[in-house]
Write a protein that binds this ligand. Sequence first.
Ligand code: SF4
Length: 439
Amino acid sequence: MPLTGLQVFKLLPNTNCRECGYPTCLAFAMKLAAGKESLEKCPYASPEACAALGAASAPPIRGVTIGRGPRAITVGEETVFFRHEKTFVRRPGLFRVLNPASDRDTLLDSWRALRIDRAGETFQVDGVAIPESPGSPDDAAAAAERGFPVALLAATPQGASAMAERIKDHRPLLVPPPGADLGAYAGLAARLGVPLVVSGADLNALATAAMDATRAGVADILLEPPGADLCGLHHNLSGIRRCALDRIHPGLGHPVFLRIAAGEFEKAVLGITKFASLLAIEDHGGETWLPLWTLRQNIYTDPQKPLQMQPGVYSIGEPDAKSPLLVTTNFSLTYFIVSTELEATGLACHLAVVDAEGLSVLTAWSAGKFSGDRVAKSLRAMQATERVSHRTAIIPGYVSVISGELEDALGDGWRVLVGPQEASDIAPFLRDVWETVFR
Ligand code: SF4
């Protein structure tokens, strides 16, 4: 269980030496207990204190890594039931099930090449699930060689062994059939040092299976929850998370694995919204994926951090040195609204997105992050000033107050034009003001 501030304080040296950056050991202890500081900042903490605090601060759901290399995925390590309590830590991995009858190499290559950038996140296939078949060891090897984390959907201990032995160095996830006798699979996972999925007819049986696997030497476990229908599955997914967070049973302190058969879209949605850590999804086409990725992105973003765009100069169309240069903040929503309106004008433009820590225009200005001086520095740093010959920057109407300061800070003959307050007025503004006055 987490320690209170006073309990943490009793483990510290109580010398108030300030080397941690806090005036007293008690102040530091309060931050440690709240999870906002690291014990490493106290050079005098005893090994006993480190051990006690380390155990107390271990997440209630164990982290498990599947795969190796840049695409390896870690799941688990969650600490809250509701996202508004703190934040969700690990977004669920969405694995595609490889149909054994498919054109394997073409399909895997297309999955590997697939990348969709949306609001600061890249959507891609997180991993591949390989059902047991006569050719499944080769399928597993083909997926692992392309860098994908792999889940092995075994039907028999012999099939599991053939697949797992083939790619054991790629740290695959071993998934026995639901309800299978665990013994042979647990022995294989322990011997190869790979993570294992366990299942059970109810939560008690599931927790017992996880404890049995631990005793058999399996270090990393995922739980496949029971659930005859969506209602039962919902109940069990919530029960596992609640029992894990309250540390009611150590057998339930593991990430959750879910199989999604073709057409079970509602089950995938339930899994993403209700704590599943890894979903192996069968589908007949790409249309399933964009809504699931988008749903996941909406849930697994930190509500305390606004979605941000990478600061820089974005081209709308094919702008040249005579094209207008508009300036806005890097709040994703602002960027998408403004860029959409600009695209609708059909006029090529430069859109300079200034780092305002993800705040909208007016909020950023109020917080001192969109001042004339700061915007000028950003425009120079991103070389926006070198992209146009007319030396004119258009700022949002809501921050007309910074126009003079920005002109002074830019200097060198630059002028600042105050644009409209609302993005919907950009088109008439460019048509009536820019096209007539500056062209
Ligand atoms: S560095 Fe350690 S001993 Fe010094 S004040 Fe901070 S917590 Fe106390």
